[in-house]
Design a protein around this ligand. Structure first.
Ligand code: PEP
Ligand code: CO
Length: 456
């Protein structure tokens, strides 16, 4: 578009609404603009879900990742569900992430910054606007924040009331997460209790149990030396942050508030937000919205991203070169990662941008199995992570983290892993509304493999 400013050029002053002058990809076709506007107005009067100070704390934590002093563990559902919403499901997801973080911290000796794809991950970009089944075409499912997954014309109509429901579910989820992580459940003295029932007898669980016993021993040793672990808050609580793909920009704008301390704007729908692979156009609405909020932000970087594009994204989203402000989430596929990533690492480093590099080993490795189920193989996921570590080793940069789709439940969605799930197993418990997730065993297994890579 000829009248759009080029990204390198000076942009007009930002406000929470300047994205509206730009082309926005992947937005729902709301049936009634007036109803939508009324709903967004209501949302903008609701309390923020997170505070600016917490988002700044996450930026500082991610700054340590950018400096090579910590590791980012980001994970959760591909798409959260309004239906699978319960204390149990929140607790089980948290348990897996806490376990993985303990494995990484204890085995590799680096602090893990824990960020859930949770409490707001309700909107999905789609490769096609229309889904066709048996000759019938309907608007695609875009996440529970927008419409319903049932294949009927009525279910697929975007409903603004869902934005309000997403807000309320995010609030309840956050409330429980805060209680779990600050109220004793995340106490290091309880590491044994984080193992899922169905994982308990597996080799990964036994490996984890040995590690948990070593932690017990270390805590006893501290006591025997006269140090009182009870007085060290870091042993009893964890900082757990929330994140989602900030796709539906009206919702994100409605939750954007000016921080009374600094006067800066923050998107208070989550601590961290990211831009997806399909919406990272430099001149488009998502980049425009993201550049003005104070939160730490991420961008997915797929195999087609050029070094120029990535450098421009760094310039637009983090002109102040603040460590931890920008996370580049690469998702290139196991076969493309090493060669695809190295030029980007070099260019961004040469340009002096202090980014967090993290590896999404899921979205570049998705395929449809003969059974018709969308899946990923554990070996490809691990393969992409290995390639990611190799590229960083070759360029002398820090492989800052992993970004994975996982659940605490005993699902059968990804192939392989220690149980060696095969295509026939996928039908047993395939519960994801969108992309296939690692189950509890596969997630724990992956954490041990990543810890080994970090150690070497
Ligand atoms: C996702 O994270 O679920 C997703 C859609 O990823 P991407 O934007 O990388 O395709
Ligand atoms: Co996904």
């Amino acid at each position: 578009m000829a009248d759009m400013p080029s990204p390198g050029a000076e942009r007009a002053p930002w406000t929470p609404t300047t994205w509206r002058d730009r082309h926005a990809e992947q937005q729902p076709e709301w049936p009634d603009e007036a109803v939508l506007d009324g709903t967004l107005k209501t949302l903008s009067s609701y309390p923020p879900l997170v505070f600016a100070g917490e988002a700044r704390q996450l930026t500082a934590d991610l700054g340590r990742v950018a400096a090579g002093e910590a590791f980012l563990l980001q994970g959760g559902d591909c798409a959260e569900s309004f239906e699978a919403f319960s204390a149990d499901s929140i607790r089980e997801r948290l348990k897996v992430i806490l376990q993985m973080a303990v494995v990484l911290t204890y085995s590799a000796g680096v602090p893990a910054v824990k960020v859930g794809r949770i409490a707001g991950q309700f909107a999905k970009p789609r490769s096609s606007a229309i889904e066709t089944v048996g000759g019938v075409g309907l608007p695609s499912f875009r996440g529970h924040m927008v419409n319903d997954i049932a294949f009927t014309a009525a279910a697929r109509v975007p409903d603004p009331q869902r934005l309000v429901e997403a807000y309320h579910q995010s609030a309840s989820t956050l409330n429980l997460l805060r209680a779990f992580t600050k109220g004793g459940f995340a106490d290091l003295g309880r590491v044994h209790q984080w193992t899922q029932e169905f994982v308990r007898s597996s080799p990964e669980a036994l490996r984890y149990e040995r590690l948990a016993q070593e932690i017990d021993r270390a805590l006893r040793f501290m006591r025997a030396c006269g140090l009182d672990p009870d007085t060290v808050p870091a042993l009893h609580e964890v900082d757990f942050y929330t994140s989602h793909e900030a796709l539906v920009l009206g919702y994100e704008e409605a939750l954007t508030r000016r921080d009374s301390l600094t006067g800066d704007f923050y998107d208070c729908s989550a601590h961290m937000i990211w831009i997806g692979e399909r919406t990272r156009g430099l001149d488009d609405a998502h980049v425009e919205f993201f550049r003005g909020v104070g939160n730490p932000v991420g961008v997915k970087v797929g195999p087609t991203a050029s070094t120029d594009e990535v450098l421009e994204l760094c310039e637009v989203l983090n002109p102040g070169r603040i460590p931890g402000r920008l996370t580049l989430i690469t998702r290139m596929g196991a076969d493309s990662i090493t060669d695809g990533l190295r030029p980007l690492l070099r260019a961004v480093t040469d340009a002096g941008h202090p980014v967090v590099w993290t590896c999404d080993p899921m979205h570049g490795n998705t395929f449809t199995a003969p059974s018709g189920k969308k899946t990923r193989h554990f070996d490809a996921i691990l393969g992409e992570i290995k390639g990611f570590f190799d590229a960083h080793a070759a360029e002398g940069t820090w492989p800052g983290g992993v970004h994975v789709e996982l659940t605490g439940d005993d699902v059968t969605e990804c192939l392989g892993g220690a149980e060696d799930l095969v295509d026939d197993d996928l039908g047993l418990r395939y519960e994801s509304m969108c992309d296939p997730r690692l189950n509890g065993r596969q997630s724990l297994d992956l954490a041990f493999r990543v810890a080994e890579l970090l150690q070497s």
